[in-house]
Design a protein around this ligand. Sequence first.
Ligand code: GDP
Length: 195
Amino acid sequence: MQITKAEFKCSSERISQVPKDDLKDIAFIGRSNVGKSSLINMLTARTGLAKVSGTPGKTRLINHFRINDAWYLVDLPGYGYARVSKGERDRWGRLMEGYFADPELMTLGVMIVDARHKPTADDCTMAQWYRDAGCPFVVVANKLDKLKKSQVEPALQLVRETLELTEADILLPFSAEKGMGKEDLIRLLVQTCGG
Ligand code: GDP
């Protein structure tokens, strides 16, 4: 199973601008600098598709990428970057609330956390948003390459406990840098959306 076609569809700064066609959304979200853009580029094998930003928190848009002409990979703006104004944060909140409130939009959420650290309060809030929206989500524990082998299991356990994941929830060990976990994630996405 592969992603054979990935093209940029549009950027939305308001919820009224997001595509409302038949294609399902798989929405990627994570704290700024967690490696979301790197992961999207790695998955789609397109280096420049999502911008790997030197300045975390800069992107405040919802980006839609059309995958295999079958579904949208949705790059939701990152959160948790300290150096943004209250106005920017409020705008982010309104945009996200609008997105999560529309049951037509999201089919699956992919939430990315940094495997090296205990998930933050913002990460926990995000997981709760998915639960409240009634939307299935998988958690990707990125940057696993930065851990020693002996640290991996305890780190994954900490993510599970902090985000209050159940046995049924999927937690994928991952490294966007090394390509680890790629096949598992693509299989999951393609199973969910076809194509
Ligand atoms: P975003 O803000 O979430 O889109 O994060 P970026 O994709 O811009 O990545 C932030 C930084 O983390 C960059 O310096 C990436 O090279 C680095 N990075 C991303 N994924 C990994 C990973 O799996 N392992 C390591 N070691 N570094 C990563």
